[in-house]
Design a binder for this molecule. Structure first.
Ligand code: ADP
Ligand code: ZN
Length: 602
């Protein structure tokens, strides 16, 4: 058996393990089970890939998405690992050939979709071969409490029964305590060794602001911080993804839409441009994302609210997998809150599921409204305690001003009540300010005691009060047109003056200019950097793979810093294993030496 460290050096080109990778690998190599809960970008894949290579037999990896499998297999093969996948995208004869390879023991790793694994035919095939381990990736899909539930994952229970001697590892990057317990229970891992790492993504900067004119806000964010960066912009509707992408294009960005309603061809073309080219902005619905392993996504921008904190964490988690600074940026407004609340209340889901959805939505809105460190609150949601303020979120960087909002809240709530709980915030604000509109007169609202009692705030400030009261659940939508009603139970203590409420004083613009992201270190020669990138692009294009399959940015940065002159020095760069040394070493060395860049014939 080869040593794990040796495999790490020779195949993956890394010097040492990132703890607890080594412990997880030892656990599996010695035949025991493991449950792994670690954030995106922490190096989970190696935890099952290395034991699969080290142990006798083939490692079977269960993965929910075709795109995810293809990507992983591509990366592995680029490092000289014998990996294949079996899924519905293959032609019959190719699938047969792979099954043959499996039978004669030629593979180190095989990726499978769960629905394929549980077929009797596949199970009997697997019974005939030596299996080194089972790895269940995205294991939270087994949980009904989680947000990506997949029926097929439930059937993975049979692995424990049918293959009791094969070690199992389940991995996920999103799991609150309840999901964790469910994974362990359903996959027979209650006695497995559990590796629970911090879910913090310190390189991601969280920023949530009020929606004002989202197009201008987005453009400013992109121009200030993300020119020539790759990123994802999330929208709720298909229409909006197309409009926003068209508009970004007209503003000079390379933007492409992505949603489930597009022709499959165009959709996958856009996805592959995002993966293969640099500085592409994909404007997408949440249909886009799972299985996107692009390491250098510099920002994720939300133009609409996600449904839960888990989704927010997962979607924003696609930024900065390479560990370099990245932004999670979001804008939201009262309309978004109302729309989401309505979606939950009017859904066809059974009552107990609806109740869970309601709780999760409240948690998300609470998260948007908090005035303290966002990272702390996010981690607390995943039952993790952070010791200090992070200094890398909007609330830490630009502390929020709060004020005792009890009196204005009372005025706002009374106005909702006195007008019969039939109006939206625009009209309610008019009433509070004593405006003489036609609507005011036709409903005789100028005769109410609340008419004109709110002149201490501007219309925008009142809007903010209504939004905050809605986000915190004091106000609920009454219909799909935005009219509001009171949540009696929640409002009573405020109206009676038993409870006080702190509101945030919203500022329209964050005046402080943000730090510029991902600037190259000063000592790197920009000309050389560009030449290295160009070489990488050519090599990637010639093989039809994304640039990061050739080398990550980190490896290029190391080249430009260390300036290796010989293959021996080159081999010690991070991310350079035996295969890549042989394949690309001399090509990049000649770029570093300043010789004219050439394209390799293969
Ligand atoms: P996850 O699956 O947890 O999101 P990945 O397995 O994709 O994370 O790994 C994230 C990045 O870290 C990858 O680019 C990977 O090559 C790199 N990586 C993993 N292990 C190590 C290591 N021991 N040393 C250096 N880089 C590593
Ligand atoms: Zn913070």
């Amino acid at each position: 058996m080869k040593s794990s460290l040796n495999i790490l050096n020779r195949f993956f080109g890394y010097e040492s393990f990132k703890p607890p990778q080594d412990e997880i690998i030892d656990t599996l190599v010695s035949g025991k089970n493991a449950l792994v809960l670690m954030p995106t970008g922490s190096g989970k894949s190696l935890c099952y890939q290395i034991p699969s290579i080290a142990r006798e037999g083939c490692g079977i990896v269960i993965s929910p998405l075709i795109a995810l499998m293809q990507n992983q297999v591509e990366l592995l093969r680029a490092n000289g690992v014998k990996a294949k996948f079996l899924n519905s995208s293959l032609e019959e004869k190719d699938a047969l050939a792979i099954e043959q390879q499996l039978l004669v023991g030629e593979l180190d790793l095989l990726y499978l979709a769960p629905e394929r694994l549980i077929k009797p035919k596949t199970l009997s095939l697997l019974k005939k071969i030596k299996i080194s381990l089972f790895a269940i990736d995205e294991a939270h899909c087994v949980s009904q409490w989680g947000h990506d539930f997949r029926q097929d994952y439930l059937e993975l229970e049979i692995l424990a029964q049918e293959f009791p001697r094969v070690p199992r590892i389940a991995l996920t990057a999103t799991a609150d305590e309840r999901t964790r317990k469910e994974i362990a229970l359903r996959l027979g891992l209650t006695n497995a060794r559990c590796f629970l790492e911090s879910f913090d993504r310190p390189n991601i900067r969280y920023q949530i602001s009020l929606k004002d004119n989202y197009r201008n806000q987005l453009i400013r964010f992109l121009r200030d911080d993300h020119l020539n960066h790759s990123g994802i912009v999330y929208c709720l509707s298909r229409n909006k993804t197309e409009q926003v992408s068209e508009w970004l294009t007209s503003e000079g960005f390379n933007a492409l839409p992505y949603h489930a309603g597009m022709p499959v061809r165009q959709r996958s073309a856009n996805q592959s441009r995002f993966l293969n080219e640099e500085a592409i902005i994909i404007v997408a619905t949440i249909a886009f994302g799972m299985g996107i392993d692009k390491p250098n996504v510099r920002f994720v921008a939300h133009l609409d609210l996600p449904k839960t904190i888990e989704s927010y964490y997962q979607e924003t988690g696609r930024a900065g997998r390479d560990g370099e600074p990245a932004d999670a940026w979001m804008v939201y407004g009262l309309q978004d809150v109302t729309k989401l609340r309505l979606m939950v209340t009017s859904s066809e889901a059974p009552p107990d599921i609806k109740r869970v959805e309601q709780l999760k939505l409240n948690a998300l809105l609470g998260f948007c409204e908090i005035t303290t460190c966002r990272r702390k609150s996010l981690l607390a949601y995943f039952s993790e305690e952070a010791s200090d303020e992070c200094q890398n979120c909007d609330n830490c960087l630009y502390p929020v001003d709060t004020f005792d909002g009890t009196e204005v809240a009372q005025k706002a709530l009374s106005t909702v009540y006195k007008t019969g709980e039939n109006f939206g915030s625009t009209h309610l604000v008019d009433v509070l300010l004593g405006k003489e509109t036609q609507k005011v007169f036709s409903f005789n609202h100028h005769l109410l005691t609340v008419y004109g009692i709110g002149k201490e705030l501007t219309p925008d400030q009142w809007k903010s009060v209504f939004r905050q009261l809605s986000a915190r659940g004091y106000l609920k939508p009454n219909d799909e047109y935005g009219s509001l009603r009171l949540d009696r139970g929640a409002c009573r203590p405020i109206l009676k003056g038993i409870e006080t409420i702190k509101l945030r004083r919203d500022i329209r613009e964050k005046t402080a200019k943000q730090l510029t992201k991902t600037k190259l270190p000063d000592y790197i020669d920009i000309g050389l950097w560009e030449n290295l990138r160009e070489k990488r692009r050519q090599l990637a294009e010639a093989q039809g793979v994304p640039p990061y399959v050739v080398f990550h940015d980190k490896t290029l940065q190391a080249m430009a810093t260390v300036l290796p002159q010989h293959l021996k020095d080159f081999s010690s760069l991070p991310g350079v294993g035996d295969r890549k040394l042989e394949k690309y070493g001399s090509e990049f060395l000649s770029v570093i030496r300043g010789e004219s860049p050439k394209i390799s014939p293969n």
